[in-house]
Write a protein that binds this ligand. Structure first.
Ligand code: ZN
Length: 342
């Protein structure tokens, strides 16, 4: 047998041996026996000197090595994929096992009311203006016709940072900002939701922080009929088509005349019940025509412009709407309470 025949014999032996390999450890043995540096096939090259036709022998050895290496590589790939399949099969997902339930949160009723009121006024062409919680005395009081010696400053016990800086006591401060910001005086239709703060002792119906939604309309020829029409539309959208409103005379320094606005009771329809304390009406907001002094201080000539403003108590509406008995619940972040609003 010449060297070339010997090489072919080794190749055939190797390919036969490979067919019998079934476990990874014997594949490794196979590699060491035939293909490793000191294995039989690289070993063929040591006979090069003895070969009659060196070129032909070299080519045969190379071809042998390539053929056996290819066969080895595909066997290895085959075994690896078999191993992976077996693993996947053993780890198959059992869809009958009970899953872990994801809990979905819900909006605090505070935000539910704000978003609903925003939607109603956006649909009427109002813009939503962001106010600021920390205000100056100027915007919170002076521009709203509450000068330093005004008696209503006692009514509003205020959180002061300094004599000039405070936590706003009502969201009306944002209407003063809006009017002053208008360098070119144009009509305004805005609402501005946000928190206000007063030094109240917290109880079931009072909180030292509470939210209001301020509304302001300034234009030419705005009358109290516009105010009534707007609030009637709001009451119907918020509390139901059959609702009616009534205005009662009141007092706020920044509006003249000022009114309290009641809506016919959405619980009893006006017949009288515990919610409306038998009166058939529920107080929902304060409003009025913008005091001409306020217009003037904010750069709108009251001979040319007029307007109305209103302020909705967010917690009050939420409490009525969702039968919440204690205002503090809205701020306590008690998950048992919040889950009721899903
Ligand atoms: Zn009622």
């Amino acid at each position: 047998m010449n060297l070339i025949e010997k090489a072919i014999q080794i190749k055939n032996q190797a390919l036969e041996a490979l067919k019998k390999v079934v476990v990874p450890s014997s594949l490794e043995d196979f590699y060491n026996q035939y293909l490793a540096k000191k294995g039989e096939i690289p070993g063929l090259m040591t006979h090069m000197k003895e070969a009659e036709d060196k070129a032909a022998y070299g080519q045969t050895v190379n071809a042998t090595r390539n053929e056996v290496l290819d066969a080895y590589m595909s066997k290895k790939a085959e075994m690896e994929s078999a191993k992976l399949n077996a693993k996947l099969k053993s780890e198959v997902l059992d869809i009958t096992l009970p899953g872990t339930e994801e809990e979905i949160g819900s909006l605090n009723p505070y935000w539910m009311v704000i978003r609903e009121v925003e939607d109603i006024f956006l649909s009427m062409g109002y813009e939503v203006v962001k106010g600021r919680d920390v205000e100056t005395d100027h915007y919170n009081f002076e521009l709203l016709n509450v000068p330093k010696d005004h008696p209503s400053r006692d009514m509003q016990d205020t959180f002061y940072f300094s004599p000039e800086l405070l936590l706003r006591t009502q969201t009306s401060a944002s209407q003063a900002h809006k009017m002053c910001e208008m360098t070119e005086k144009k009509p305004i239709r805005m609402i501005s939701p946000g928190k206000a703060y007063r030094r109240d002792d917290d109880d079931m119906t009072h909180s030292h922080q509470f939210a209001q939604i301020e509304g302001l309309v300034v234009d030419r020829n705005i009358s109290i009929a516009n105010l009534k029409g707007t609030l009637e539309l709001f009451a119907k959208k918020m509390f139901g088509e059959k609702r009616e409103i009534r205005l009662r005379s009141s007092y706020f320094p920044f509006t003249e005349p000022s009114v309290e606005v009641d809506v016919s009771c959405f619980n009893c329809g006006g017949k009288g019940c515990a919610m409306c304390k038998g009166t058939g009406y529920i107080e929902i907001l304060g409003a009025g025509m913008v005091n001409p002094k306020v217009l003037e201080m904010c750069g709108y000539d009251p001979k040319e412009w007029s307007g109305f403003a209103f302020g909705v108590g967010v917690e009050r509406v939420a409490m009525l709407r969702y039968c919440i008995d204690d205002i503090r619940r809205i701020y306590q972040n008690d998950l048992r309470f919040l889950k009721d609003f899903k």
